[in-house]
Design a protein around this ligand. Structure first.
Ligand SMILES: [Mg+2]
Length: 257
């Protein structure tokens, strides 16, 4: 496998750890959908949410995950069967997923407007990743971000961290297409090979199913929101490479062990 000329990074769980913010935004959204008597979340709800974060694909699921926890679904049940638990809650409670997604984004927008510093402070870039992005830029390596988060939130966070990236290199939720479609779109536009770093195994597996994307290098970021099981599956997969944070932040030639 030859070294890449373009890197495509996922954002949440690869570049940035926003677990504390996800929880707070989810709780704010939850309270608008299911009014609670107190503005304080129940004890341990945050810890349970952090543990179950790997099941989440898109923002609208976050308040539904809180609903599932508060309805008494165990971590084991959620890990085993998240899609059916999620879909059942949506159907039983007559929810609209598009509306939920908008509520999550508007809770975030409102928070940013009211207290930007407070919002920014709940995000941590993983150690070493910002330096690596700067290095890649110095080396004239192309890099882009492909995420299910709205591009504007990513741009705000990177700008605050001192990373200069054009909005046109952030492919967020507002692009309204799955990640493999974004890679398909980028393939003729950017120098290849492209390597894609992502923390959700299903997103990598979807790319793998596209015959025309066979040359894209696939890396599972092991420090992100995935499970022991995901990491084990990746090691058994001939196409998908496990990647540690240390590898990610060092020379690209060391990415494939
Ligand atoms: Mg991610």
């Amino acid at each position: 496998m030859s070294l890449p000329r373009t890197l495509a990074f996922d954002f949440d769980g690869i570049l940035c750890n926003g677990l504390r913010e996800y929880f707070q935004t989810s709780w704010r959204t939850y309270r608008r959908v299911w009014p609670t008597s107190t503005d304080q979340p129940p004890a341990n709800l945050a810890e349970q949410f952090y543990l179950l974060r790997p099941v989440i694909e898109t923002g609208w699921e976050m308040p539904v995950l809180l609903r599932a926890i508060l309805k008494g679904f165990s971590a084991k049940q959620v890990f085993a069967d998240w899609f059916s638990i999620r879909d059942r809650i949506v159907a039983d409670e007559d929810l609209n997923t598009k509306d939920l997604g908008q509520r999550v984004d508007s809770a975030r927008d409102q928070w940013i407007t009211e207290d930007l510093d407070n919002w920014l402070a709940l995000h941590d870039f993983y150690p070493g990743v910002l330096d690596q992005l700067q290095q890649l830029s110095v080396q004239k390596m192309e890099w882009v971000i492909i995420s299910t988060k709205e591009s504007r939130f990513i741009h705000t966070l990177l700008t605050d961290a001192g990373v200069d990236i054009g909005r046109d290199r952030i492919y967020g939720k507002d692009c309204r297409r799955p990640k493999y479609e974004t890679l398909r779109l980028l393939k003729p536009q950017l120098p290849g090979p492209i390597w894609f770093v992502e923390d959700r195994l299903p997103a990598l597996e979807q790319v793998k199913q596209q015959p025309d994307l066979a040359e894209i290098g696939l890396f599972l970021g092991e420090w992100g929101y995935n499970t022991e099981r995901d990491r084990k599956l990746a090691t058994q997969d001939s196409r998908i490479h496990g990647l540690t944070l240390q590898q990610c932040c060092n020379s690209l030639s060391g990415w494939i062990a």
